[in-house]
Design a protein around this ligand. Sequence first.
Ligand code: G4P
Ligand code: NA
Ligand code: NA
Length: 192
Amino acid sequence: MKLLEDRIRSDGEVLPGNVLKINSFLNHQVDPELMKKVGEEFSHLFKDSGITKVLTCEASGIAPGVMTAYELHVPLVFARKKKPATLNDAVYWADVYSYTKKVTNQICVEQKFLHKDDCLLIIDDFLANGEAVKGMINIANQAGAQIAGVGIVVAKTFQGGSKWIKDHGYHLEALAEIASLANNQVHFVGEK
Ligand code: G4P
Ligand code: NA
Ligand code: NA
């Protein structure tokens, strides 16, 4: 997605540890015009997949997730990282290992929001090692729901997540694919 790549080039900042900071339009401040276009793009890419719900993870998946769900005319469900006091016991849990923090956290979704007749589109802001996506797939499987595919705003293809998702037979679409962040430079897949 050209618009997104241009925005990453103009506003993105490469931090040590192969991290791309895009806090001005996605991970802290959010650009709703750009998120609307992200939603339109995912909706177009997955329009014939019979999606009944979009599944993402708080916090940064919610902006692209809700715009995608809006375009597809389906609800968005976001997995929570802490069990809220208002949540009852009927919850699906999954472990999510963080390579950056070397800790395992849990995500959860209340069982009543996912069913075996659901066909899910998993959306997330970043794809690195794929641990968050694996956790959402785990939760979808516990619910017996189908997975139509995985839509990622920014995929760092030099880390393991993209390969894992494709190797496991899932339809993966990434709107910006980063091949390298070496020398503080953003290199997109396929660019010269
Ligand atoms: P993984 O799920 O792909 O394995 O990612 P990893 O454990 O490496 O990353 C943990 C968190 O860091 C996730 O956010 C993920 O989206 C984010 N992240 C990974 N690589 C980058 C990057 O290059 N830039 C930015 N900005 N974020 C990255 P999270 O902890 O779930 O946070 P949030 O959703 O509340 O923002
Ligand atoms: Na995320
Ligand atoms: Na994030």
